[in-house]
Write a protein that binds this ligand. Structure first.
Ligand code: 13P
Ligand code: SF4
Length: 305
């Protein structure tokens, strides 16, 4: 079966089975094209609890599919590639968080959505990169342990006043590799371009950027800016939407290291196998664990609005 036939079949089966395909902004172009919804972590997590369908095929990494399942336990949720994992989601263990809480009961635990369900279940509130600042600002707590991303924690703690934020030492292996020297070199080559970066990058990189934001915030910023071109400091998958939405502008990837191999594992064939029920991982979560994790996600949605 060629790609065109596969796309046709996917569209047909989607209607028959009342399936919606969710894709994160980092997915391969052919996957983005068959998606019903494309966006950043916050948009997709919130949408999972609101969308009207029987089944969600979540094209992303495992924590994203699990988050969708937590938000809509009555629906079937499938991750097309079983081992599409975000390494950062495992950089802290639930037992470590519980031990910290026991020793420091005055701290609230804020977990980045890039965490396992087990970690969300021992957290007080979840955040995504797009709403971390507003959620933490709206929390009553003064003392916060932010898990696991030290770069996002550092970025947020500079913007939120009057809170004591300490962080775990996790990081995104993709964004953490970027260096400020790469910005200097790119600015020299592409003068007049604006540098847009994700807050998972190091402080030295964020300090040299014109704009810091989530994947969707970067896409939105580029749409509204008058700059002739942009140097993009997040995963290469966002370039598809950037180019499609603003074809007259130019885009350059800040660093060749900005490829998330886990996000790139999902192919059109995997999506086809998932919709036909021949492949992928059907997300199953322990009921009590999922209910505990949902509390921190519900709190995120409440505090973000
Ligand atoms: P967004 O929340 O910006 O979509 O980012 C998710 C992610 O995994 C970034 O590496
Ligand atoms: Fe995880 Fe980084 Fe990939 Fe995002 S880009 S899914 S944080 S490894």
């Amino acid at each position: 079966m060629n790609d065109m036939q596969m796309i046709k079949e996917i569209e047909k089966i989607k209607k028959e089975k009342n399936i919606k395909i969710f894709a994160h902004n980092y997915q391969n172009l052919e996957v983005q094209r068959v998606a019903d919804y494309l966006g950043d972590s916050f948009y997709l997590s919130k949408l999972a609890g609101e969308v009207d369908c029987d089944e969600i095929i979540f094209c992303g990494v495992r924590f994203m599919a699990e988050t969708a399942k937590i938000m809509c336990s009555d629906k079937k949720v499938v991750l097309p590639v079983e081992d599409a994992e975000c390494p950062m989601a495992h950089m802290v263990k639930p037992q470590e968080v519980l031990a910290f809480k026991k020793e420091h009961p005055e701290f609230k635990v804020v977990s980045y959505v890039n965490t396992t369900t087990e970690l969300k279940a021992v957290s007080d509130v979840c955040v995504t990169s797009s709403i971390a600042e507003i959620v933490i600002n709206n929390m009553d707590a003064q003392n916060i342990l932010f898990i696991p991303d030290m770069n996002l924690a550092d970025y947020v703690s500079k913007r939120v006043k009057g809170k004591n934020i300490i962080s775990w030492n996790g990081y995104c292996p993709v964004h953490d590799k970027v260096r400020k020297d790469e910005i200097f070199a790119m600015r020299k080559e592409y003068s007049g371009y604006e540098v847009l970066v994700h807050p998972e990058c190091r402080r030295e990189v964020l300090q040299e950027a014109d704009f810091v934001g989530s994947t969707s915030a970067i896409i939105n910023y580029a749409k509204n800016s008058a700059a002739p071109g942009f140097i993009i400091g997040t995963e290469t998958g966002v370039l598809h939407t950037l180019k499609a939405e603003n074809p007259k502008k130019e885009y350059e990837l800040l660093s060749p290291s900005l490829i998330c191999y886990n996000m790139k594992k999902t192919t059109l064939r995997d999506v086809y196998n998932a919709v036909t029920g021949k492949g992928g991982l059907v997300i199953e979560l322990d009921k009590e664990l999922a209910e505990n994790a949902k509390r921190s996600l519900d709190e995120m949605v409440r505090l973000a609005c």
